[in-house]
Write a protein that binds this ligand. Sequence first.
Ligand code: SF4
Length: 346
Amino acid sequence: MNDTRDIDCLSRLTMFSTIYIEAKIADHPRTREICDRFPQATRVACKRYGEVFNPKSQNFRLQKRKPALILAHKHDRRVLETPDGYGIGGPANYYFSHMLNCLYDCRYCFLQGMYRSAHHVLYVNYEDFGTDIDAILDKAGNEPCWFFSGYDCDSLALEPVSAFMQHFLPFFAARPAAHLEVRTKSTQIRSLLKHTAIPNAVVAFSFTPAEIHASLEHRVPAIERRLEAMQTLQQAGWLLGLRFDPLVYQDNYQQQYARLFAQVFSRLDTDRLHSISLGTFRLPRTYFRNIVRLYPDEPLFAGRFAESDGMVSYPAELEDEMTGFCTRELLKYVPETVLFPCMLAA
Ligand code: SF4
């Protein structure tokens, strides 16, 4: 295992040397708390965060080396319905992102194709997200609703700064009809361990095989460290999920995934796994093109791809083969009831 890629989130945080602060939340207590953590950082006031985040002339790849932190207010479209086909069995599914962008640097990540900037935007008005979730719950009556966090970021990677879970765990604990998925590749589980496990939250860890992790998931904690974190959470009573998404093709993908599944299921109590989802690599066409422009020499993008309905993905027969193989392998360890294929953009 390469320890240099197993960089702890906290040590990376010392790299925030610039913090942009949107005028509307300049006096927000969360803004002050976060700024106090980085006394050396240069603070730059801005009217709206888009002035910093959206300009066209930015280079995502260069910014990714030394991203700034942008503290902002999320005005609208805070909690949105997920696209069809996204979910883990619940009748009503929504997603929300308290952050844009990620500390990690996965070469297949759609965020690189979606945003012009690699700076980290953190929306500090968590209370407004909560108000919107409550409005959805009110409308749904007593029907259960799922809320997926970590759609435009990693839910836990910046937890020591964002205190996102610290805020939202008590919120969801008080609302049993609201189910939370926390999706992560991080080992930042301290906030979770400080809180009693709640039955309506699932902590979902994403994995690719060791070979893919080594070549494509830069700065992501090692597989073993994530499994240790999962074991610790499982022992503390937390419900866990596994996300094998994206499934990435390499000539020997069958051996790679068979080895990964054997490793994962040797460490976890499979009777207490909430859900497993899997989906082959796919991206909206424009994002795919943007990413190829950023990394023209990346072998991942030189593979066999097909375009359909604005999406770039493996050809259908390869998708079926990979999904079929991985499903059969997974069924050696878990019942079909916990498996959920996903056919949408990762
Ligand atoms: S961990 Fe997820 S959000 Fe972060 S870079 Fe990797 S794929 Fe993107």
